[in-house]
Design a protein around this ligand. Structure first.
Ligand code: URA
Length: 235
């Protein structure tokens, strides 16, 4: 059981102040009875809550897929620069959202935004072996030796060891698909750098079996379907 004002604020019906206004205006019904008392408690998963005649579809958590554009930070907030949270449409904004697996400012592609910490942990923890696949364009051809090093596990100059990565070199020789199940800072760029190659373009294209929806233009986002949430944990 939760206070009605807290429930409504969590479901994007505005600030507590705006929610109190809704309640005072007799716009909220709980099980068919008008509720004006913001401290009244309800069970959002069992009670029928209506706002201006519309039934509340309660969502404990939000799970969002975004096609992150280059030039935007994958942080929740920044004083100076635009973040992926700023790009969300109003209907997908709510308190507590964060990025599950950051991308660099200049990296594009599949980004998951949620307010479910356990779910984010399952995606990001290297122990869970959820592979993130990237498409990378390099400044020089990728050699078989680079492939071997990636598959054995790159060790950075400071001694940091990366887990073995999967790599497919594209026909043009200067681009490749790389899959890693960890998320060290600048990992893909640093792995290539260890082999003398500079990443000129980077895009995340899938997480587990979940691929970036190619109907999403850069900057666009949408909620994930339940089955898509599961796809991330398929190998
Ligand atoms: N590896 C990188 O180097 N950058 C990213 O944004 C993601 C993975």
């Amino acid at each position: 059981m939760e206070r009605i004002d807290k429930i409504l604020a969590s479901q994007n019906f505005g600030s507590r102040k705006q929610v109190h206004k809704l309640l005072k205006g007799k716009s909220v019904l709980i099980n068919g009875i008008v509720c004006i008392d913001s401290s009244q408690k309800a069970d959002p998963e069992k009670d029928i809550i209506e706002i201006n005649g519309e039934k509340l579809v309660f969502k404990k958590h939000l799970y969002i897929m975004m096609n992150k554009p280059a030039g935007v930070l994958s942080a929740s907030k920044d004083k100076k620069e635009k973040t992926v949270i700023d790009l969300l449409p109003e209907m997908l904004k709510r308190q507590g959202l964060f990025v599950a697996g950051r991308l660099d400012k200049d990296t594009e592609g599949l980004m998951i935004i949620t307010d479910d910490g356990d779910f984010a942990h399952r995606i990001m923890s290297p122990n869970k072996k959820v592979y993130k696949k990237y498409f990378a364009k390099l400044d020089k051809p990728v050699t078989e030796e680079t492939k071997k090093k990636f598959e054995q596990g790159i060790v950075f100059k400071d001694g940091t060891e990366c887990l073995p990565a999967k790599i497919e070199i594209c026909e043009d020789g200067k681009s490749a698909y790389v899959s890693i199940c960890e998320g060290k800072f600048h990992q893909v760029k640093k792995m290539f750098l260890c082999c003398g190659l500079k990443v000129e373009y980077l895009k995340r294209i899938s997480i587990g079996k979940l691929e970036l929806d190619n109907l999403l233009d850069p900057g666009q986002s949408r909620e994930l379907e339940d089955c898509e949430k599961q796809q991330m944990f398929f190998v």
